[in-house]
Design a binder for this molecule. Structure first.
Ligand code: SF4
Length: 363
């Protein structure tokens, strides 16, 4: 940690941007809540962020739509993004950095060379493996070549969004580019997966804040997802849950139940099978999230969701063994089997075979 760059007075620096100490403390309180920590940890977070440490971060974009970058940047004032930019030294990010071309690539390689083992790599987008990785190149180098060097020399890598975590939409059947997530492209690295389409920016920030506060990365489930964000189902914190329990369901878009905010289960909501804290942190600084806006969850934080969660508007099959006390690790195998049963009913046998093969290999 002593190798990190100086961060002279974060509160002074934020004040210069019109962000008060009160806003900073509110941010630290939000981080404690996101990490499911009691309020007694807020002073520890404040103290950690006020220390003169500023880890270097490089953000790689491969086969992606830049939706995770948009998630980071779409915020109102005082922005979480501004606070993050003060906590971190973002030394490379193609979308938001001023330099371009060879100058930009030099910035990336300078970090890899001069801060080996000390910087954080963030990856957005999947990595194509087919035909030598020719389907995604940056500065004349393939994504897999860049990922091996940058992620392989990082302190830790954070995969943001479902494409970087599992391959996402580029990896959907028939996966023409052989797209995979970072875990499969660069095995053996220290990796945190933050899937979702896009990621909730609070979860990126909280992961970094956890590291700065405790010196360790947060505990994860078998898919590399931190428990604080992916330990419970969407369904367990959904604001429409009371309607589910009362048997009040939307049956048709725009019907009376839809207008009154009833449960979207019958309209295909995948909240009962999806582990993520969307109902708690939401998007755009807590403004809203898909179910609040009237659309069912499509399960985008789960592996291969584009194949396994389709059809998005078809009601989930009844899945035995799902209780409110259930965790992602406990139901992992049961969930996969249930999803497979649902897929078989819809004739997507090829997707099932791929999933089963992966499970046999213990992936
Ligand atoms: S809308 Fe979806 S997540 Fe919310 S209670 Fe209904 S089924 Fe569960």
């Amino acid at each position: 940690m002593s190798e990190l760059k100086d961060n002279p007075g974060i509160t002074d620096s934020l004040a210069g941007q019109g962000i008060s100490r009160r806003d900073f403390i509110k941010f630290c309180t939000l981080m404690a809540a996101t990490l499911s920590l009691p309020s007694s940890f807020i002073p520890k977070i404040v103290e950690a962020l006020e220390k003169k440490m500023k880890p270097s971060l490089v953000w790689l974009e491969f086969q992606d739509c830049a939706g995770n970058t948009e998630s980071l940047l779409r915020a109102t004032k005082p922005t979480i993004a501004e606070i993050v930019l003060d906590i971190l030294s973002i030394d490379y990010h193609e979308t938001i950095m001023a330099p371009a071309g060879k100058q930009a690539e030099k910035s990336l390689m300078d970090v890899v060379k001069n801060q080996k083992g000390k910087y954080i790599a963030v990856v957005e987008g999947s990595i194509p493996m087919k035909d030598g990785g020719v389907y995604c190149c940056v500065g004349g180098r393939s994504a897999i070549d860049i990922a091996k060097e940058v992620c392989g020399n990082a302190l830790a890598t954070i995969s943001v969004g479902s494409c970087a975590a599992y391959g996402g939409i580029p990896a959907a059947n028939p996966n023409p580019t052989g797209a995979v997530g970072v875990k499969d492209a660069v095995p053996g690295i220290t990796l945190i997966n933050l899937p979702g389409c896009p990621v909730n920016v609070e979860n990126i920030t909280a992961t970094v804040v956890h590291y700065l506060t405790f010196g360790t990365l947060p505990a994860t489930d078998r898919l590399g997802r931190p428990y604080f964000a992916y330990g419970e189902r969407i369904h367990d914190h959904c604001e429409r849950r009371a309607h589910y329990d009362a048997g009040q369901f939307v049956r048709e878009w725009g019907d009376e139940g839809h207008r009154h905010g009833w449960c979207l289960y019958e309209m295909g909501c995948k909240g009962p099978e999806t582990f993520k804290n969307c109902p708690v942190v939401k998007y755009n600084e807590g403004t809203s999230w898909p179910v609040q806006a009237g659309h069912g969850c499509i399960g985008c934080a789960e592996p291969n969701f584009w194949d396994t969660m389709a059809p998005f508007y078809k009601r989930l099959p009844k899945v035995p063994g799902f209780g409110i006390e259930t965790t992602a690790d406990k139901i992992g195998v049961g969930l996969a089997a249930a999803a497979a049963a649902g897929l078989a009913a819809h004739g997507i046998a090829r997707a099932i075979r791929g999933k089963d093969e992966k499970e046999e290999k213990g992936e």
